[in-house]
Design a protein around this ligand. Sequence first.
Ligand code: CTP
Ligand code: MG
Length: 247
Amino acid sequence: PVTAVILVAAGSGQRLGYGMPKAAVPLGGEPILLHALRGIVAAGVASQVCVALPEGETGLRQLIEDFRLELADGGPLLTTVDGGATRADSVRSALAALEDGTEAVLVHDAARALAPESVFHRVAQALANGASAVIPVIPVVDTVKTVAATDGSDSDIAPEIVTGTVSRQELRSVQTPQGFSVDTLKAAHEAALAFDEDRAAAVTDDAMLVELLGVPVHAVRGAIQSLKITTPLDLIIAEGLLEGPLG
Ligand code: CTP
Ligand code: MG
C-alpha cells in the first residue's frame, strides 16, 4: 500500500525540562527530531513523511528544510503541519495533510527517536498482510497493581490501598510506530472529536481510538530501543544506546 509516516513532534517537552520543544533537545549532539527523521527514511517504508511541529518553531522548520536537501532522489516527500494542543490534535492535523491516494499510515512519536528499522518493517508488513491496525509492543517487566484512594483512617498508614494485581502475562507496553489503514485512522480520529475534555485528555495513543470502533488491533514485537524519551533519565539511556552495542 501507498504509505505515509506521520511524525508527531509538536509537544513541548515539559517533563524533559530543557525549556525548549523536546524535538529540538540534543541527543548525541544532534536534535532528537533529526534522529527520528533519519530512522524513518532509513526504514524506507514511506512515500511521504508529514511532521507535526510546534506552531511558530522556526528552528525546527529550518531543520526540516536542511534535512530535505540531504534526502536522496527517490526519498520520501517531506511536509510539515502545525501541531495542536494535544497529541491527537497533532495527528489529526497531519492526517488532513496526507497526499491523495495514501492507503496506509504509520504514526510515530519523535520522542521515540531511536526506534529500529526492523520495527517499522514489522508494522508495515502486518499492514501489507491485511491488518487495519497494528502496534509494536514489549513485555511489561514490573508487577502492576491497581490502587484506590484510602478512606480517612487508612490514610494515616499510607496514601493508597492496593485493590488488585494485574496478570503480567496479558500486559504489554505499547510503542510507536503504530500502523493503520488511512480510512480506519481517519474514522477513529473523527469519532474522538466528540469527546469531552476529560476523555480527550485520556487519549494516549491512536490504537485506543481504533479499538473504540471495534476494529481489531494486531500486535507485533517492538524493541527496547524504541523507548519514549520522556524524562532526563530516558535521555541518558538514549545517549547510552547511541554509543553502546544495542545502538
Ligand atoms: N506531541 C505532539 N503534539 C502535542 C503533544 C505531543 O505532536 N500537542 C508529540 C510529542 O512531540 C512527542 C509525542 O507526541 O513526540 C509523545 O508525547 P510526549 O512524550 O508526551 O511529548 P511532550 O508532550 O513534548 O512531553 P511532555 O508531555 O513532557 O510535555
Ligand atoms: Mg505530552
